[in-house]
Ligand binder design. Structure first.
Ligand code: PLP
Length: 431
């Protein structure tokens, strides 16, 4: 198992942020999400530095869908990031955390009229407009309230990033955005002639997630910067911000070979500079929206091992006290994870493969399909690493299993950020 961030092994036991993980499992019980705060902050700083936020005024907006407790809103504000939200719930969280509303980008392919009204009322900086329906509503509501709203258009650029089909979004057959190839984007631009209460100041695209190569982003830059020039020449619209979305891939298992944050940032910025020079236009402000690459490796999940079922010559199932309710990714798109026993870190691998299963009533509730950790006993504490993105945020109450608590660790201290749901909480909405 790869050690991320501040992880270290001290006499057979795993420590994160200077904190003994076995003690965390005892203190908070399991299953438990544990986050390495220093790693998140370092990742933020890497983006701020390499995306030239201070130097060129570019913007890094954290994609809150990856993981958005109130504490994260405060942390990313302290680290000078913007925030991308996609729902009234995420917007409300940011508002409650006193996140500056002008630093919000409001995304989503079907924002409801209520959500749009909420965004206007709170004063979000930019709506990323996805479709004609939304554009009409924003215009109408802003006209009623005598406001002018800054907007981006979400473009479907026709780029096929080679990633899982569930997390691929740049191709023409997508529910997101205005497509360039069928002319929808240009129809939307034409519509602006009738609209007086929206200001198209940016364009945005997001080509997918868990992307390892820089080339799809460079292709995206090509399309988007061409568009900046075209909008100026054909429509006299000055695009001052170009947003390339998120999607930078991370390490989950040995099969993943992501480039560094620096490599991705440099590839995007260099390509933009080259392209703007070639087209003889000014560099716009550049925006990116990383989610996964800011938090995935910083989060881990601790579980207690319960039943161990050995089916001779077939398979050994090692079951834990969580599963698809706290990490849906393996069941949803066969995502792989690494794991270890935190109280037996020096166990060397054997050829005896086991399967780590969750506790939900689904045969597909498998967290790790095959691992060679051995000498496992009921009561041991298992860790799956890199569960920081799309784990807690996608958690469910299937089988009426309460959601795990979230603890941040740093410099030998632990801080409870989200409590464990209780059984009473599970029933709190039932009438
Ligand atoms: N921006 C947009 C519009 C997205 O849809 C997503 C993910 O779905 C992201 C940013 C974040 O992507 P990632 O977590 O892969 O960086």
């Amino acid at each position: 198992m790869k050690l991320h961030g501040t992880m270290e092994i001290k006499s057979d036991t795993l420590y994160i942020g200077g904190v003994n993980t076995v003690n965390m499992a005892e203190k908070y019980s399991t299953p438990l999400y544990i986050f390495d705060e220093e790693l998140i902050r370092n990742n933020c700083k890497e983006y701020i530095k390499n995306f030239k936020v201070k130097e060129n005024g570019n913007k890094v907006a954290y994609a809150g869908k990856a993981f958005l407790p109130l504490y994260m809103c405060k942390l990313i504000d302290e680290e000078s990031l913007y925030l991308d939200v996609v729902s009234g719930g995420e917007l409300f969280t940011a508002h409650k955390a006193n996140f500056p509303m002008e630093k919000i980008l409001f995304h989503g392919n079907n924002k409801t009229p209520d959500e749009i009204q909420m965004g206007i009322k709170y004063g979000v900086g930019r709506f990323v407009v996805d479709n004609f329906y939304e554009l009409d509503i924003i215009e109408r509501l802003c006209e009623e309230q005598n406001k002018i709203q800054d907007i981006y258009f979400r473009v479907t650029p026709g780029i096929d990033a080679h990633t899982h089909k569930y997390i691929r979004t740049g191709q023409i057959d997508s529910k997101f955005g205005f497509a360039l190839t069928n002319g929808d984007f240009y129809l939307a631009v034409e519509k602006l002639k009738e609209y007086k209460n929206v200001n198209l100041m940016g364009i945005h695209a997001h080509i997918g997630s868990q992307i390892f190569q820089v080339e799809p982003f460079q292709e995206e830059v090509d399309v988007m910067i061409n568009l900046v020039k075209e909008l100026k020449e054909k429509y006299n619209i000055e695009i001052t911000e170009v947003d390339f979305g998120g999607g930078i891939g991370v390490y989950y298992t040995e099969e993943d070979t992501p480039k560094s944050i620096k490599d991705f940032c440099e590839a995007i910025i260099n390509k933009c500079e080259e392209k703007c020079k070639k087209l003889n236009i000014n560099m716009p402000t550049l925006v990116i929206e990383p989610g996964r690459s800011l938090v995935a490796n910083a989060g881990s999940t601790l579980y207690s091992i319960g039943s161990i079922k050995e089916i001779k010559d077939v398979r050994t199932y090692v079951s834990v006290d969580g599963g698809m309710t706290d990490n849906i990714r393996p069941s949803l798109y066969q995502a792989g994870y690494e794991c270890a026993i935190v109280n037996k870190m020096n166990n060397i691998s054997s050829n005896h493969k086991v399967t780590i299963a969750g506790k939900c009533c689904e045969s597909g509730d498998i967290l790790v399909s095959s691992t060679d950790i051995f000498n496992i006993e009921s009561g041991d504490i298992l860790i799956t690493t890199s569960t920081g993105a799309y784990g807690y945020s996608m958690a469910s109450n299937y089988n009426k299993i309460p959601k795990n608590p979230v603890v941040f660790v740093k410099d030998g201290e632990d801080k409870l950020v989200c409590k464990r749901q209780s059984y009473e909480d599970l029933l709190s909405l039932e009438v």
